[in-house]
Design a binder for this molecule. Structure first.
Ligand SMILES: Cc1cc2nc3c(=O)[nH]c(=O)nc-3n(C[C@H](O)[C@H](O)[C@H](O)COP(=O)(O)OP(=O)(O)OC[C@H]3O[C@@H](n4cnc5c(N)ncnc54)[C@H](O)[C@@H]3O)c2cc1C
Length: 390
């Protein structure tokens, strides 16, 4: 009998395994893949990660980012670079394996190549069945099976349509052959409905991608991707290799509970992704830590009262995410107007960098932007106000 089983060992699952094993609990982590494994991702981790990790990740960082060069449909280039870091670019195969190694070192048992097919919460414990035919028992189950797993989605009734669709490619490049792109991201608005496109430089690869809300993008993601890569100056003359499609399970209003009895969902499995930028690595780690602490408390007290995790989510995560839902509506319903505002007042982006750093309040930012919009002519204003309710 394990104290906890963790399904999926991306940043969320590896963190949960690390956290609980570090506290001396008997932990089993299961992943259907073997590490290192590829994960479609921009791979930019916000610097607020520094405040929540108790180990150093600098060995996995390929570039520290101080800002971005923005564009609108490949044009109107705008550099907004801060004097302080905003994020770290990592390669997910390296970063995720590093986290799994930390979990192992802390004492978690890790089994790779184990796809979890089903589980059953008996009330006293949880039995987990793998596609290999093996079964394991634990006092608690943490579902960290990401966007593609479906284990948490089915159990908690999460809506897969509340997602962004994306297409990405890892483009090899020779840094000496490209204009100076060090220390920045490239972000393009207007190239995809209700989303954005990006180039996140690593040492020898450019992570190139595009993502937009699935209902609005429909089947046009490939078309948008091709237009973006052909219009962006950084990618001129580069060969774009294999493209990978993936969904991004965004936080949404009316999200169901992700705690039931002895089972909890963390990270992408529970739609813990910022609905404005699609940032998920930090939130995967943060929610995994919170869920693990609640499970640890239950194990110590001999109870199964996991509601504390749901309360924490409502208080600490969902309030900010709700503000970001409203911000996304404003920005992505009116990308041209948003871009014009940023061009006129780059301070907007500097203030948003503070939010990414974990130093600003999304609700205040939203109100500040909304007050700026209120000064616009009435037709524009009416469009923005209406978009709040769409
Ligand atoms: C195109 C794209 C770009 C992104 N860019 C960024 C970015 O730049 N910065 C950022 O912060 N976030 C970004 N994100 C979001 C980020 O990738 C996720 O939020 C993050 O990976 C969530 O971590 P996780 O551990 O919850 O899930 P994952 O990293 O997806 O890990 C889930 C794990 O579960 C395993 N698994 C699945 N099903 C099963 C099963 N049945 N049994 C056992 N194991 C299973 C998988 O093999 C996987 O290892 C991006 C996402 C996409 C799609």
């Amino acid at each position: 009998m394990y104290d906890a089983i963790i399904v999926g060992l991306g940043p969320a699952g590896a963190t949960a395994a690390y956290r609980l094993a570090s506290k001396g609990f008997k932990v089993l982590g299961l992943d259907k893949e073997s590490f290192p494994r590829y994960k479609s991702c921009g791979g930019c981790v916000s610097t607020k990660i520094d405040k929540i990790l108790d180990f150093d990740i600098s060995g996995t960082v390929e570039a520290t980012v101080n800002g971005a060069t923005f564009s609108f449909r490949g044009e109107r280039s705008l550099d907004i670079i801060s004097d302080r870091p905003v994020g770290y670019n990592v390669r997910r195969e390296v970063f995720d394996k590093f986290l799994v190694d930390r979990a192992r070192e802390a004492g978690a048992e890790v089994l790779e190549g184990r796809k979890v097919a089903a589980f059953n919460d008996t009330g006293r414990s949880v039995r987990v069945l793998c596609a290999t035919g093996e079964s394991f028992d634990a006092r608690f189950l943490i579902c960290a099976d990401g966007a593609s797993g479906g284990v948490a989605r089915r159990y908690f009734g999460l809506n897969p349509k509340e997602s962004a669709v994306s297409l990405t490619a890892e483009v090899p490049y020779d840094p000496s052959q490209v204009e100076d792109i060090h220390g920045r991201l490239f972000i393009d608005f207007g190239s995809v409905p209700y989303g954005y496109a990006w180039i996140f430089p690593k040492k020898r690869f450019l992570s190139v991608g595009i993502a937009g809300e699935s209902r609005r993008v429909g089947g046009r993601i490939k078309e948008c991707f091709s237009e973006f890569v052909s219009s962006h100056s950084v990618l001129k003359g580069m060969e774009i290799p294999r493209r990978v499609g993936c969904t991004i399970p965004l936080y949404y209003e009316g999200i169901p509970r992700v705690v039931k009895g002895r089972v909890l969902a963390v990270g992408d499995a529970g739609h813990m992704v910022d609905p404005f930028l699609g940032e998920g690595i930090y939130f995967a780690i943060k929610t995994a830590q919170a869920a693990s602490d609640v499970v640890a408390g239950c194990l110590e007290a001999g109870t199964a009262d996991t509601d504390g995790y749901q309360d924490w989510l409502s208080e600490e995560m969902y309030r900010s995410f709700s503000s970001l839902v409203r911000l996304a509506r404003l920005v992505y319903n009116h990308p041209r107007l948003w871009y014009r505002m940023v061009e006129k007042d780059p301070q907007i982006m500097h203030r948003y960098y503070d939010i990414i750093r974990g130093e600003g309040d999304p609700e205040e930012f939203y109100r500040w932007i909304f007050s700026k919009v209120k000064q616009k002519p009435w037709k524009v204003l009416r469009g923005w106000v209406e978009s709040r309710f769409m």
